[in-house]
Structure formats: C-alpha cells, structure tokens
Design a protein around this ligand. Structure first.
Ligand code: SF4
Length: 348
C-alpha cells in the first residue's frame, strides 16, 4: 500500500494522561508521534475519536491542498497525518520536566496511532522519541504496535539494553494472514508479528499479549486456543483480550469478509439487523474460553478481558460470575456502578 503522508499541525504536548488506557490497566500516560496511523485497520477506533472527529473538515482541507484529492481517513486507509514539528514539541515538553517524571508509571507508545508506522521508523522519529523518553523521564514504556520490525535484531538489542524500561506487545486477533491483508490494511501479517513476539521473548525482552480485537469467526473450531498458545501466555506479563466493538466501521470491516461466510453473516445480523443478543453471546463465549484456558494453564491472574458490558444480556451475565480477569469498560452510573444491573450486583 502506497502511503499518503499529509502534514497537519502538531499537538502542543505530545505526552498526555491516558485515562481510557488507565481503565484498561495499560498505561497512565500516552505518547503518539503522528496524527493518523500509517496502517489502515478497518476496525480502528481512532477515526471516531475526538482528535480526528473534531478536525475532520480542517484535515480534509489540508489533504486536498497537499494531495489534490479530498480524502477522509475512514475512506482511504493509505492516508497518514504527520506532525512536522512533533520532535521539537516533545523536546520542549520534556525540557520542563525533571528526570523523576513518570517514576512508577507507564507510558504507552502509542495509543491512537502506531508509533512504529514505517514512516516514523525510517525517518528516525521512533528511535529519537524513545531515546528522549528514556533519557528525560522515568516512565516504563509500553510499546504497542503491529509492526513486526520490533523483532529484528536491531530493535531487540535496543529493548534489551533498556529491558528494565520496556515492555513490548504486538496486537493481533487472528492467525489468518489473508483475512488480515483485507482488514488490517498495510500491516505486517499476523504470522510475522508472532515471529517478532517470539524473538523478543527469546531475547529476554519483557512482553505482553494483546489479542485485540478477536472477531467471532476466530471462535470457530480451536482457532482461538491456537492463537493463545502462539503468544506463549506463560512468558508474557499479561494477556489483554477484547471482542470487536463497532466504532461506526462495521461495514468497512464486513467488506473484508467473503459474502455468505460466517463473519459477513454475523456482522450483517448484529449491526444491520440489530441482533445485539448475538454480540452478547459471542463476547460471553470468548470470555469463557479465555478464562477456562487461562484457569487450566495457571495464568488466569494475567488475563485482562476488556468488556463493554452494557451490551451483555441478563442470561449471558451469569457466565461472568466472579468477573475473574474482566475489566468493565462501559461508562458507569453516577455512583460508579455498572449500568448492567446484573453485573453490578456481582461486583458489589
Ligand atoms: S495499527 Fe492500531 S492505530 Fe494503526 S490503524 Fe491499526 S488499529 Fe489503528
């Protein structure tokens, strides 16, 4: 995929708090190095996030001026927004902080974009960003990427040199490289991501599992269990997992599935025909299989299942008894309780 970088104004302070990721227990702070990721996953939630949504028209104008085409991120996965003075802004922000900033806290690189987008890696922005955070702060850095380049010897050496500061994860929700080519547009294949994860583990770099999102077709047969085995749960610090949550992109995701196949049918039934009970059933089965496998194999304490629980039906709620390994993600009521009354009872 030929990428189309468009320059847009940088944000003032690249490092900011990340309450959304804190709720997921992934990080306290985040650092993004560009405005729109160079990869084009059709399910990416960033397109519907505040940053791009609020600036949609302005960025479309800039795209038109620079590329002679009016393109939108949701329509063209090859589009990328770069921040020309991002490194200056990062240096400026870090210049005002003491080296102790971030002690005992985690910073994710990155949250809304992929900080190992090929453009950022080849231009040196990735390495400079990471070195600046290493030198000027005390954060532990959680690398979150889909770029298998992190498993090359150059990068494993880099992470090993600072293994007390890094934990690295590659997100993946399938072993199907052909599916990924159609839906995770422009990313290295799941097979190459898994190889990279293994190389990091074999080199002694701390790693974590990021099975996000896992689509319903992965529940067919034993694909899910095979996927879990491949990330080597015994080796990683934690295993995050998540069902697919629609962010106004289900039609784009469906276009990556064969018409008449399970995934295509499921997306049609749930989102076009409004069968929300099927989403509940799928999210529940996914949890139960993860929990049972983790329990059998002794790594249940590592499981972090991210669940937007307002969509879980009363009948399925029973399967979450004890909420082991579950992090509830839906907005709570004003007393901080889950709005899913059945799950709220279990928690109290
Ligand atoms: S790699 Fe991550 S940030 Fe980039 S498009 Fe895919 S899901 Fe979005």
């Amino acid at each position: 995929m030929q990428s189309k970088p468009v320059e847009v104004p940088s944000i003032k302070k690249p490092i900011t708090r990340s309450p959304g990721f804190a709720k997921k227990e992934l990080s306290d702070y985040k650092l993004d190095a560009c405005g729109l990721c160079q990869f084009g996953c059709r399910y990416c939630s960033s397109n519907s996030g505040n940053y791009l949504r609020i600036r949609r028209a302005k960025f479309a104008d800039l795209t038109e001026q620079q590329l002679d085409e009016r393109l939108l991120p949701s329509e063209d996965p090859s589009l990328m927004f770069v921040w020309p003075d991002y490194l200056d802004r990062l240096r400026e922000q870090l210049g005002k902080k003491s080296k102790g900033w971030g002690r005992g806290e985690t910073l994710v690189y990155s949250m809304l974009t992929d900080g190992f987008s090929p453009y950022l890696v080849s231009s040196g922005i990735t390495e400079t960003s990471l070195r600046l955070v290493l030198e000027k702060t005390s954060f532990r850095i959680r690398v979150l990427t889909k770029n298998a380049i992190v498993g090359t010897s150059r990068w494993t050496r880099f992470f090993c040199e600072h293994s007390d500061r890094f934990v690295v994860g590659l997100s993946m929700g399938t072993l199907d490289d052909r599916w990924a080519k159609r839906v995770e547009v422009g990313t290295p294949s799941p097979t190459s991501r898994l190889k990279a994860l293994r190389k990091l583990q074999d080199a002694g770099v701390p790693t974590y599992g990021m099975l996000c999102p896992i689509f319903p077709d992965v529940l067919e047969g034993d694909q899910l269990e095979k996927l879990i085995d491949r990330i080597r749960p015994q080796e990683v610090e934690h295993v995050w997992a998540e069902p697919y949550n629609d962010r106004q992109n289900w039609e784009a995701v469906r276009s990556g599935y064969r018409r008449g196949g399970h995934g295509h049918r499921w997306l049609t039934e749930v989102y076009e025909q409004g069968r929300k009970d099927l989403w509940s059933k799928y999210a529940t089965e996914l949890y139960m299989r993860l929990r049972d496998k983790a329990d059998r194999e002794g790594w249940l304490g590592k499981l972090r299942y991210l669940l937007y629980e307002d969509q879980i039906t009363q009948q399925d709620s029973r399967m979450f008894e004890g909420l082991e390994g579950v992090l509830l993600q839906s907005k709570p009521d004003k007393d901080g309780r889950s709005r899913n009354t059945w799950l709220a009872t279990m928690r109290n």
